[in-house]
Write a protein that binds this ligand. Structure first.
Ligand code: DX5
Ligand code: ZN
Length: 223
């Protein structure tokens, strides 16, 4: 595994030939598959569920599947995703009444667990659960759609979370999601992220490898 993870969001992939598209983006050098789950309730869009996750695993995808739940409530469906082969499951704290219990449920199901913060969501949700986190995901757009512009205040939030992770001494990945492109990935890395979701930036281009190589070249310049 690379130190910096590139996580293509399959929200922008071709759903009519999803297995092939995921194979191609992994062959192009992606590290994990970012799997966006929307319910037309917590966010105003509707996407894919455990059956599609299971289908990708059966198709032969061995890369980690990073399931980003934009649904409310979350607990009922978590065991289904674990059984379907999810490796990482993240959820939004607003979508669970019992955050600690949901994190524990994800871990009990054998998956890595994480919390997701919308642009307007305060970081205090981290205060008592840092020891249960494998990942913190900061949204740099309001969730629901691919192809939106990166909200610049996410950089300051990344710096704050990077400090919290470093101060804790815990092994927690810091992921960013929304509007990540070749021309801003270096600044995002410098603000503290180590896991980079990119949907439209990769899938809108004919040559996935070129985009991922260009992103890695930018990451290598980060100080
Ligand atoms: C937004 C999703 C993202 C989205 C990112 O709600 O969580 O993962 O697909 O898409 P881009 O990279 O196009 O902003
Ligand atoms: Zn996402």
């Amino acid at each position: 595994m690379n130190e910096n993870w590139i996580a293509p969001s399959i929200l922008s992939a071709n759903f009519a030939k999803l297995g092939e598209d995921v194979d191609n983006v992994l062959k192009a050098g992606a590290d994990v598959v970012h799997f966006d789950v929307m319910d037309n309730h917590f966010v105003p869009n509707l996407t894919i569920g455990p059956l599609v996750c299971e289908a990708l695993k059966k198709h032969g995808v061995t890369a980690p599947i990073d399931v980003h739940l934009m649904i409310e409530p979350v607990d009922r469906i978590i065991p289904d995703f674990a059984k379907a082969g999810a490796d990482i499951i993240t959820f939004h704290p607003e979508a669970s009444v019992h955050i600690d219990r949901t994190l524990q449920l994800i871990k009990d199901c054998g998956c890595k667990a994480g919390l997701v913060f919308n642009p307007g969501t305060p970081l205090h949700y981290l205060d008592y659960v840092m020891d249960k986190l494998d990942m913190i995901l900061l949204m740099s757009v309001n969730p629901g759609f691919g192809g939106q512009s990166f909200i610049p205040s996410a950089l300051d939030k990344l710096r704050q979370v990077r400090k919290k992770i470093d101060d804790s001494g815990l092994n927690i990945r810091l992921e960013i999601d929304g509007g990540v492109k070749t021309d801003n990935i270096r600044a995002i890395k410098e603000a503290g992220a180590d896991t980079f979701v990119a949907g439209s930036a990769i899938f809108s281009q004919p040559d996935y490898k070129k985009v991922i190589d260009d992103m890695r070249a930018e990451l290598a310049k980060a100080v």
